[in-house]
Design a protein around this ligand. Structure first.
Ligand code: ASP
Length: 304
């Protein structure tokens, strides 16, 4: 089993001021769980990064993707990636999009730091190794293992800022997984997220387009609706060839084109905006970047 480490709370300790910073090396992290993993499973630890996942860029995502591919080029039974929880859902869905191998890739992390009197990282890491070694999880893509739950990458999201069971999914049961894509670098693929709060001005999207964005994910209200001014900016962006995906700020349920009017999702879809389906902004942005990087129709990744 290859364990790739990238930082996050699971690798954090308190500094002199009491703030959390990632300081624990990959080998130290793995040493804390060696006796908890299933008998016969050996752990080959490789440190990819040591950062807070909110600092990750698509260049770091590419580094994780490359490390996963390198690990799977060998005879590892599976791959575990330790990762900060803030952007774990993004990295998980990126890994899933390119994962052609049957062997599972399981991301995990922690809500409480390495030096906490009761850290959750060791149990999460042991669970992730167990899941990645389980033949029942082959050919099912990437997962997040967290707080005793194993969640498919597509649709997973961080649901709580502090709870140990920090992740949930918006994916309906049995949601299909699109075919894996050939590797392509994501760094430099400029996809932005714009929040469509009531009264949001169109300059939010105009500025993104003027600044070179090739894709924009709009986080609408309700089932996916935006105000009149922003809708005009969205329509103009689509007319200029920018890929626009509509999602929602509502935690659960699909995006649906049921409302008309200037900013209703039905109107936006008719103008060429794409639905994020069950994906929320974080994963929709990554899937749109993957689509642009690989020349894939975004709808294939968002609603296969
Ligand atoms: N800020 C941390 C990170 O994402 C949070 C965590 O790991 O739980 O790296």
């Amino acid at each position: 089993m290859v364990v790739l480490t990238t930082g996050g709370t699971i690798a954090c300790t308190h500094d002199a001021a009491g703030a959390l910073v990632p300081t624990v090396s990959g080998p130290q992290l793995v040493a804390s769980v060696r006796e908890r993993v299933p008998a016969g499973v050996t752990l080959d630890v490789r440190q990819v990064a040591e950062l807070d996942s909110s600092s990750m860029t698509l260049a770091e995502t590419d580094a994780v993707l490359a490390a996963v591919a390198e690990a799977l080029a060998g005879d590892a039974a599976g791959v575990v990636v330790t990762h900060g929880t803030d952007s774990m859902e993004e990295t998980a869905v990126a890994v899933d999009a390119f994962l052609a191998d049957a062997r599972p890739v399981v991301l995990t992390g922690a809500m409480r730091p390495f030096d906490d009197p009761d850290p959750d990282g060791p149990a999460n890491l042991a669970d992730a190794v167990t899941a990645a070694a389980d033949p029942a999880n082959r050919s099912r893509g990437a997962f997040i293992s967290f707080g005793g739950e194993l969640i498919a990458a597509r649709g997973a999201y961080k649901r709580h800022t502090e709870a140990a069971a920090g992740f949930a999914t918006n994916a309906p049961a049995g949601a299909p997984r699109p075919a894996a894509l050939a590797p392509a670098p994501l760094a430099g693929v400029d996809v932005r997220t714009v929040a469509a709060y009531p009264g949001a001005p169109r300059v939010l999207i105009d500025a993104a387009v003027a600044d070179g964005a090739r894709g924009v994910v709009v986080e609408g209200m309700g089932a996916g609706n935006v105000g009149t001014d922003l809708a005009a900016g969205i329509t103009d962006a689509v007319g200029r060839g920018v890929a626009v995906v509509l999602t929602t700020r509502v935690p659960a349920g699909p995006v649906a084109g049921v409302y008309g009017g200037a900013g209703g999702a039905a109107t936006l879809f008719a103008a060429g905006v794409l639905s994020s389906g069950f994906f929320r902004a974080g994963q929709a942005r990554i899937l749109l970047a993957v689509a642009l990087a690989t020349g894939t129709d975004p709808a294939v990744l968002l609603a296969p």
